[in-house]
Design a protein around this ligand. Structure first.
Ligand code: HEM
Length: 462
């Protein structure tokens, strides 16, 4: 076994190591590392030893089978992440995490998720009722509004207040602030007050005010609405104490932020890919017509829409909203013949592994069929991990799949998307994989669609 210090990896800046190259073009840098140095690549971010791992078997060890010997990387403990997520599910560790995960889990059981499906269909139907054939539109902002309405309604039983409904702008502020933290030269600047820090502070304050108001109103009413908010609010420790306002704030903001942006991206990237592949759109339209006709879908019909689900799975493969995850080794461990010392940050990128031709022949091609023709059946478990894995697997994975597939079905029953070649889509790998200037498409009515603008059917089933 060779020590990590002897393993090959790209040369870096004497002080910042590889952080500059990583921060400037993360996806390109990681791709070059994998192509040149293989499955275990030695890196350094300032004085921190970092190791990029591209082997599904090692990823399985880090995230799942050996998960006890790792914690989340330093990236999750920065002041930025603390301000955003506090000590919520995504960032907490140890006993606190175990307790909170157990408390939140019931809100994500399949039966509960099925009850959220009605809202997805209703909100998606309302959204498309404002769309018109022939119009060019930026759809990511639209879809972000949709997923926000769904998360806030399903988990907190509330409407989205006006103060926070300009979400694409708020989301851009948060993503920009995050991106600046990945650049060593701008990192020092971020210690000084700036426009970006002020804007980030304002966005966070509006979000906190909204969540804390919800908590206080529900506490005051004493009512059990059976939603996630009531579940967390009514939970008691063995000593009878409940969660503080701050603890509740951290969990609710985490669930909201983690849930709305990622699911919106899953849908937006699917729309982008469909616009570029009219033949795939036709296949999807055929499935929807044969199974649903002009009716709105229900959650029970999802299993009869395998192609729609395959479209979302393939989009999550090519454009994984969570494009990287990281862990810090609490003990030495072995990865592909390399001894990784305790304290090393291990980074694993869905973007990279999902495009590995060993598991996905013609890996850059958008082929939803690969999820239906048996060709992905024998791939290693962690060759595809859009929702992570092991004990810290995404709590909302099934919710997100249901939401994205149902919403796509409602949208595609009515509209086809045409690519607008002048609107170049640029990838922006921030906390999540963003389309830098949105997803622009031209809308066309689908033949025999439910009447454009009509939403009576879906309201009736909802
Ligand atoms: C397509 C949509 C989604 C994607 C791609 C996604 C991806 C992920 C990934 C990769 C992780 C693991 C992070 C790690 O291991 O460090 C994660 C964790 C998490 N996700 Fe999601 N997510 C999605 C939707 C959702 C939804 C809808 C919710 C909630 C409403 C949610 C809430 C969370 C939470 C709370 C965690 C932390 C879980 C824990 O550590 O116990 N996510 N997500």
């Amino acid at each position: 076994m060779i020590p990590l210090s002897k393993q090959t990896g790209p040369a870096g800046h004497w002080l910042a190591g590889n952080l500059g190259n990583f921060g400037r073009d993360p996806l390109g840098f990681l791709g070059r590392c994998a192509a040149e140095y293989g499955h275990v690549v030695r890196l350094r971010f300032f004085n921190r030893s970092v190791c990029l791992v591209n082997d599904p078997a090692v990823i399985e060890h880090v995230l799942a089978t050996g998960a006890r010997k790792f914690r989340k990387t330093l990236g999750y403990r920065t002041p930025f992440m603390r301000r955003l997520f506090g000590n919520g599910l995504l960032t907490s560790e140890g006993e606190h995490w175990t307790k909170q995960r157990r408390l939140a889990q019931p809100a994500f059981h399949r039966d509960r998720i099925n009850t959220y499906a009605r809202q997805v269909v209703e909100f998606a139907d309302e959204m498309v009722s404002g769309w018109r054939s022939g119009k060019s539109m930026e759809l990511h902002a639209e879809v972000l509004k949709l997923t926000t309405l769904v998360v806030v309604k399903s988990l907190f039983n509330s409407e989205v207040p006006r103060e926070i409904d300009n979400l694409s702008e708020s989301s851009a502020v948060v993503m920009k602030r995050f991106s600046s933290l990945m650049s060593p030269s701008r990192m020092w600047m971020n210690l000084l007050p700036s426009r970006s820090s002020r804007e980030f502070g304002q966005v966070m304050k509006r979000l906190d005010d909204f969540i804390l108001r919800l908590v206080r109103e529900r506490r005051a009413s004493g009512e059990d609405k059976g939603d996630l908010l009531s579940m967390l609010l009514l939970a008691r420790d063995e000593d009878g104490s409940g969660m503080s306002d701050q603890e509740l704030r951290d969990e609710l903001v985490t669930l909201m932020v983690a849930g709305l942006d990622t699911t919106a991206l899953a849908l937006s990237w699917a729309i982008h890919l469909l616009a570029r592949h009219p033949e795939v759109q036709k296949k999807l339209e055929t499935e929807l017509r044969e199974v649903l006709g002009t009716r709105c879908p229900t959650v029970d019909e999802l299993k009869r829409l395998p192609f729609a689900e395959a479209v979302i799975k393939e989009s999550l493969r090519l454009y994984p909203p969570a494009w990287i995850v990281g862990r810090e080794a609490l003990e030495d461990f072995e990865a592909g013949g390399v001894l990784i010392p305790k304290g090393t940050s291990v980074i694993m990128s869905q973007w990279l592994v999902h495009r590995d031709a060993r598991w996905f022949p013609d890996a850059d091609a958008f082929r939803p069929e690969r999820w239906l023709d048996g060709s992905t059946a024998g791939i290693p478990k962690f060759a595809y991990f859009p929702f992570g894995g092991g004990p810290r697997i995404c709590i909302g994975g099934a919710f997100a799949m249901m939401e994205a597939t149902l919403a796509l079905a409602v949208i595609k029953q009515r509209f086809a998307f045409e690519d607008i070649p002048e609107k170049v889509v640029r990838l922006w790998p921030a906390i999540t994989l963003q389309p830098a200037t949105g997803i622009w498409v031209r809308l066309r009515s689908v033949e025999n669609a439910p009447i454009e603008g009509s939403s009576t059917d879906c309201r009736a089933i909802a």
